[in-house]
Ligand binder design. Structure first.
Ligand code: THU
Length: 126
């Protein structure tokens, strides 16, 4: 399953729209009932309007009625591990416990698995 998620994250990265940063990101999110939702970053001429790959994947899943997530794979430019930015950490934490896993991918056989609780401890929630 990890291999499939990584493969889908790489595929999603191909659709990244990143003409400004040139930094393409792909993400693949696994739900508790086995579905995979992918995302890529989508930038905008008005820079802050752009959205990260992780939030696209999570939003696609939520829009499809899914809110129970197990793990997300994230791949950046492959020369270093890419971790969700602060905004994405907060966005993901809305739906995930501290046991949710983030796979930060460099290549198919070079990745790190981190728990949400490590990435965003003392999460804000209402
Ligand atoms: N980006 C993501 O898609 N995910 C992250 O976790 C970090 C940053 C995107 C945003 C922007 O389009 C580009 O990477 C450079 O910051």
């Amino acid at each position: 399953m990890i291999n499939e998620l990584i493969e889908k994250a790489f595929e999603a990265r191909e659709n990244a729209y990143a003409p400004y940063s040139k930094f393409k990101v792909g993400a693949a999110l696994l739900t508790a009932n086995g579905k995979i939702y992918t995302g890529c970053n989508v930038e905008n001429a008005s820079y802050p309007v752009g959205i990260c790959a992780e939030r696209v994947a999570v939003s696609k899943a939520v829009a499809d009625g899914e809110k129970d997530f197990l793990v997300i794979a994230v791949v950046g430019d492959s020369s270093s591990y890419c971790y969700p930015c602060g905004m994405c950490r907060q966005f993901i934490s809305e739906f995930c416990s501290e046991d949710f896993e983030i796979i930060s991918v460099k290549s198919a056989d070079d990745y790190k698995i981190i728990k949400m609780g490590e990435l965003l401890p003392y999460t804000f929630s209402l």
